[in-house]
Ligand binder design. Structure first.
Ligand code: THU
Length: 158
């Protein structure tokens, strides 16, 4: 038996304002996208903004349903929209923000496992690292690629 360890490197900023310009703009788009969330059941409004290699920005928000599993997270809403509209463009970065009771959350929202798997798929498809920006008002976390938030990615079919 060998005991192994994985180290994950990420950057932590004190606020959205401290981010480099491109990331800051994307994080603010994610904040804006929370306003179009349809989340009457959870009251948790999530926004996602994608920076594509063709220069476009694509946004999404969580869309809920009275039959709970029929809804979709903000991240996948945005990624599926981007893949449909611009199938040849890489997703260079994704920013995520959330709000509750009319205020952007202090603590950054972290993508669920299903969204991480979908991020992994598009990162592999494009061959381009996908930067992940988790934006809160109290702190912002930046990861360079999906592998950093999803170690041991399922890719056995490749
Ligand atoms: N949600 C997202 O949209 N993204 C995440 O990263 C976590 C959770 C949504 C799903 C549901 O509409 C609500 O937040 C509460 O779980």
């Amino acid at each position: 038996m060998t005991l192994k360890e994985i180290n994950i490197r990420y950057k932590e900023y004190g606020s959205i304002g401290e981010l480099p310009e491109d990331d800051r703009k994307l994080a603010l788009e994610a904040v804006k996208a929370t306003e179009n969330s349809y989340s009457p059941y959870s009251g948790f409004h999530v926004g996602a903004a994608l920076r594509l290699s063709n220069g476009k920005t694509v946004c999404g928000s969580n869309q809920e349903n009275i039959a709970y599993p029929s809804g979709l997270c903000a991240e996948r809403t945005a990624m599926f929209h981007a893949s449909h509209s611009y199938p040849d463009a890489a997703i260079e970065a994704i920013a995520i923000a959330a709000s509750q009771n009319g205020k952007i959350c202090e603590e950054p929202a972290s993508p669920c496992g299903a969204c991480r798997q979908v991020m992994a798929e598009y990162q592999t498809r494009s061959g381009h690292d996908m930067r992940i920006i988790l934006a809160g008002t109290g702190k912002v976390l930046v990861f360079e690629k999906v592998d950093d938030i999803l170690p041991f990615i399922f890719d056995s079919l490749k």
